[in-house]
Design a protein around this ligand. Sequence first.
Ligand SMILES: [Zn+2]
Length: 179
Amino acid sequence: MKLKRTLVYSLALACAIYPSSVGYAASPYLSYGDENGRVSVNIKGSGSTYSWSSIVSESVSAWNNSRANVYINEKSTSKNSVVITDFPDSWYGLNRSISNSYGYITKYTIYVNGRTIVANARNVHSFIKSTITHEFGHVFWLCDNPVTGQESIMKHTRDRNSMTLPQQYDIQNVNKMYK
Ligand SMILES: [Zn+2]
């Protein structure tokens, strides 16, 4: 089965979606996502940001306790991971997914950039949580900057210092994928 790699960067200033072959996706969706909304994840950290692992768990709970029909299971043996460390790049969070020809993710890795978050956050805790909750949104098909007047965790204009949960709009869109 043909696999494709897709990167979604959450940049400090702008966003670029690195395309994935010929797939076309329209707001609010990417051309790929998890098949059934049940995913596992292994949380990894290093250096001074290792303590952020507990905040990843808060983002996991934010989705699990929402009305979205999804479930994220923390499991140390999972091939999927959240990796927290300092990267030299400008993004806050990054989702690297591999998907199959149906668009279903076969493996994803979420990277969290301690360096840019510490440099730009007013509320570091909320900023981290907002970033990770957003990156999990990509796992559930949601694209960056959906075209809507409603609040969304996927918008780069959201205040990461205060918005940490999937919003009603996000939950509705996820639930259209997982009926
Ligand atoms: Zn994003």
